[in-house]
Design a protein around this ligand. Sequence first.
Ligand code: BGC
Length: 389
Amino acid sequence: MPFPIDSEQALARHSLRLMLAFQTPEGAYPASPTFSAYRGYCWFRDGAFIADAVSAAGCAESAERFFDWCARVLQRRGDHIRWIVAETEAGRPPAGERMLPARFTFTGGDGDDDWWDFQLDGYGTWLWALVAHAGRHGGDLARWQPAVDLTVDYLLASWDRPCYDWWEEHAAHVHVSTLACIGAGLEAVAPRVSAPRAARISVTVDRIRALIDERGLVDGHLAKWLGSTGVDGSLAAAIAPLGFVDAAGGVGRSTIAVLDAHLNVGGGVHRYLGDTFFGGGQWPLLSCFLGLAHLAAGDRDAATALYEWAVGTATAGGDLPEQVGEHLIAPGMRQRWVDRWGPVATPLLWSHAMLLRLGLGLGRLDPASLTRDADASAFTPDHAEDSAR
Ligand code: BGC
C-alpha cells in the first residue's frame, strides 16, 4: 500500500492514481484490470467518463491521450464507418454485428471474445467528454477533427436504431439514456463542425428531444426505453453530467424523484428493478451519477448522502467495486455470476471516476493536492501484476 486510505482525500488521490497508472501506453483506460470478463478491454462509455473525471481533476494530458486513442480507433475504421453511413443512407442499414463495437482491445482491435457489442451511447459520450475537456482546459479540436466528423456522421445515420443499453442488455429497444448520450455529444460538437454537419445535428437533436417527449416519458419522467414504464439508474446521467435534460425542469425533477423512490436504497443505487447481474446489487457509480443530478438540481444534501455512501464501498485498500451486495434484488443469482466470472469487478475504474467527479463537484476535494502527487510513474498499484497490459 503506497499510502493509507484513511480519508476521503486519500481515496480520491488513490482513485486518480489508479486511472493514471492503469492507462495503457496507447492511451486506453482498462475498465477493470483484474476482472476476468473485462480484462484487456477499454469501453468508449467507461473511458469517456474516466477521461472526464481525470480532466476535471486537472490531468489534461491523460485525458488527451485517451481522446487520441479514440481517434485512432475510429480513423482506423474510417472506410468501414463511411460504408455504414452510405448503406444506411441507401436504405440498407447494416446488421448490428456490422456496426461499431462497444469495447476495443488496447491496441484498438475488436478482440476475440463474443460481446453484446452494438451500443451507440459511447460514441456520443466521447464527443461530449472531448468538448467538456476543451471547455475546461482550452485549445481547439483540430487534432481530433477527422475522428469527430466520422463519429458525427455515424451517429447522424444511426441514432434511432435499437441497440444494447449501458448494461449491454435489451437490444430490441431504443434506450432513453443512449439517446441522451448521443444528443449530448452531438449538441456539444455542433459549434465545432462544418456548417452542413451542424445543420444536420440541429435537426437530429430536435428529433431526439421530440422522440423522448413523445415516447420516452412516463408520468412526466424519463423512461428506461421508448415505450417502457420502467426506469433505469443510467437516466441520471442525462441530467448530469451530460446536461441533456434540465435538472430544474419538470422532467429532470420528476426523473430524480422516481430514481430516488425506485432505485436508491440508503444511498446505494440499483441499475433497474429486475436486475439479476451478480444478484442485482447497488452500484457506487450510479450513486455518483444520481448525486451529480441532485447537485445540478441544487440539492447538496442529497448529493452528499449519495457520495458518502459511495465512499463507504471502498475496500480497505481503497478500491471501488462495480457493485456491492448488501441489498440484492435477486440474491439467488449472485453465485451464478461468481461461478461464471469470479468476484465482482474491483477495482472498476469507472466507479473511481464517478466518485472523483462528484467529490470535485461537491467541493469536498482539494484539486491542487490531488494533482500535486498524481504522477502515476511514482505509483505501483497492488494489482499491477494482474494487469493485461
Ligand atoms: C457494464 C457496462 C460497462 C462494462 C465495463 C458491464 O458489466 O454493464 O456498463 O461498460 O461492464 O465496465
